[in-house]
Write a protein of this length. Structure first.
Length: 298
């Protein structure tokens, strides 16, 4: 018998069933891919949120640490354990501005002797730093303070005390003396004479104004005082000399140390040798031929 052919309806139904199955598998695969992409996107968003949270915590921790550092440094500065530069770390220009501001506060004439002494003491504690020493000299704040001191009776007494002219003033104004010791380019004896001259010139200005001697007399006395103050300023170090002088001190210290070591290494009895007495028999070198001969001390 002849084989029977499937009907067109059966063929179409079989094809549609296979196509439907393929589409189901394709849709399942697509759904799986979409789910994986969604999971990856969610993980990526979660990772970004975690990273943002970690960065925020790090920034907050850094801010808290910096605030704590400033707080501790500020308390240490208030107690005198740290200088201002340990907290702020100012530049040279900022230090120059600071010294000018501090000097301007004294030039107003309202500062008391205790306030002046306190400021000078603060300057003394800073001047162990070469940066502060250069800034003070560059700012010309010290001549300004000396001029302000000379304009008051108590200030003139302080200047004369440093100069050694004020009776019983050897122990006074130690802070001013310390600042001048660090900044002077000449011997303190000469600088003391210039300070005394400055105090005398300022006293003449004060007396001339009090006596109403006229504009010309006051102007002349003021010019003399300004010249005296300029001489004091010229006796201070130039800012460019600070590092050079510091290096010179280091070399001088090294030379003194080497000299001390050399003296310590010398024979202890060498300095106690006495010359032979007259009539003693010695060996002596004759200068003309360089030979040694037996000789007698005469």
């Amino acid at each position: 018998p002849l084989p029977t052919c499937p009907s067109p309806q059966l063929i179409m139904s079989s094809w549609l069933a296979g196509a439907a199955k393929d589409w189901q598998e394709t849709l399942k695969s697509a759904a799986s891919s979409v789910q994986k992409l969604a999971d990856q996107a969610e993980l990526q968003q979660l990772g970004e949120r975690v990273r943002a949270s970690a960065q925020s915590l790090a920034e907050q921790g850094e801010t808290a640490l910096r605030d704590a550092q400033k707080s501790v440094a500020g308390q240490a500065t208030a107690l005198g354990f740290l200088g201002d530069e340990a907290v702020t770390g100012p530049s040279g220009a900022e230090l120059v501005k600071r010294y000018k501001t501090e000097a301007a506060a004294l030039e107003s004439g309202s500062a008391t002797a205790a306030e002046v002494e306190k400021l000078l003491g603060t300057w003394t504690s800073r001047l162990s730093s070469l940066l502060h020493l250069e800034a003070l000299l560059s700012s010309q704040a010290l001549p300004s303070v000396l001029g302000a001191l000379a304009c008051t009776e108590g200030g003139r007494q302080a200047l004369r005390a440093v100069a050694g002219e004020q009776p019983g003033g050897a122990g006074r104004c130690s802070a001013l003396r310390d600042v001048l010791d660090r900044t002077a380019a000449v011997e303190m004896t000469l600088l003391g004479q210039l300070l005394g001259l400055c105090a005398d010139a300022a006293e003449v200005v004060s007396h001339t104004k009090a006596c109403s001697s006229g504009y010309a007399a006051v102007k002349e006395a003021t010019q003399d005082f300004e010249w005296a103050l300029m001489l004091v300023a010229a006796a201070l170090m130039d800012p460019a000399e600070v590092e050079l002088k510091s290096s010179g001190r280091a070399v001088q210290t090294a030379l003194e140390t080497a000299s001390a070591l050399s003296e310590a290494a010398a024979p202890k009895g060498a300095s106690q040798v006495t010359p032979p007495a007259p009539g003693a028999a010695v060996w002596a070198q004759k200068p003309t031929d360089g030979r040694w001969y037996r000789a007698e001390v005469t």
